[in-house]
Design a protein around this ligand. Sequence first.
Ligand code: ATP
Length: 247
Amino acid sequence: MLRVKNLESGYDSIKVIRKASIHVNHGEIVTIIGANGAGKTTLLKTITGLITPQRGEIHFDGKDITRLATEKIAFLGCSLVPEGRQVFAPMTVRENLILGGYLQVKRGEGGGEEDMEKIFDLFPRLRERESQLAGTLSGGEQQMLAIGRALMGRPKLIMMDEPSMGLAPLIVKDIFSIVCKLRDSGITVLLVEQNAKAALAIADRGYVLETGRVILEESAQELLQNKDVQRAYLGREKRKSAGVCRT
Ligand code: ATP
């Protein structure tokens, strides 16, 4: 579904991503974990065309998207749920979702009313707050809206940048169980997280990014048991959040 090869990117003369290679197979949840400033957001922004890569290749669903414009990448079915949600604050929940459905309209697939119902089934809280301004939603509700808005574009791959950031543990559990449901419905997921424990509990595979380099690539199980990963990212605790997918 996604293949990133020897990618180098950054900001002007600053190199952030250094020869990073990752891949995501159809139907997987793959997570990228790493400390603050490791380059996780920069990597996602480069995949979505928000940053032009300096070197390397990016292929999505069999197509070379290395230097494609962001709207074309989104049109192909690769969506980003950005860090900090970035909902359209002065617009209502419904209006935010309608905007997400723009890709459907552009593909001639309809206006998205049916999909909106599915999203309201997935996030009943959004249905209750359909007419509320997005800027007045709680952090968790805004995260649900940001995911819902991305889903309105019917993505094949959904990339999420720190969906758990700033949220209470119970809301994080809800969001992560939704991520599992998305995978079960056939959407491939690339999940960037600082909450490594929660991310590895639901992921199939994971990568560890350190100063822009992929230093480890293993199954989520292996990463959870890796002593270095435990020390650096899991606070040596056991896998408490396991089982979220099975609720
Ligand atoms: P976090 O988990 O804190 O969000 P991250 O792993 O997502 O971190 P990035 O946000 O990709 O890391 O940042 C990687 C590096 O790139 C950091 O050193 C950061 O200061 C730098 N950086 C990010 N955005 C810019 C920018 N617009 N201009 C210059 N440098 C930037």
